[in-house]
Design a protein around this ligand. Structure first.
Ligand SMILES: [Zn+2]
Length: 82
């Protein structure tokens, strides 16, 4: 499933293929770098999503991205429908 992550502060967006609910570290890095270039910018959420409907799939379903931890206390980003 493809999701589109948008940032209305920089007017940028990034498309990602979602498998399950987790983003890979590579996807997180690419999304953050695509949506917001300045290192010292504090816009957006954990993957630099910003604004209404900031994470949607092709059918318009909205998603939230949040920090989560697995059983070994490694962090990851969970994408879940809202
Ligand atoms: Zn920014």
């Amino acid at each position: 499933m493809m999701i589109t992550v948008k940032n209305d502060f920089h007017n940028s967006e990034c498309r990602l293929r979602l498998r399950g609910q987790r983003l890979s570290i590579w996807q997180i890095d690419r999304c953050r770098a695509t949506l917001c270039q300045p290192d010292d910018c504090w816009c957006g959420g954990i993957i630099k999503q910003q604004g209404p409907d900031s994470i949607v799939d092709n059918e318009g379903q909205q998603y939230a991205a949040r920090l989560d931890f697995d059983s070994d206390w490694n962090w990851f980003v969970r994408i879940s429908a809202i």
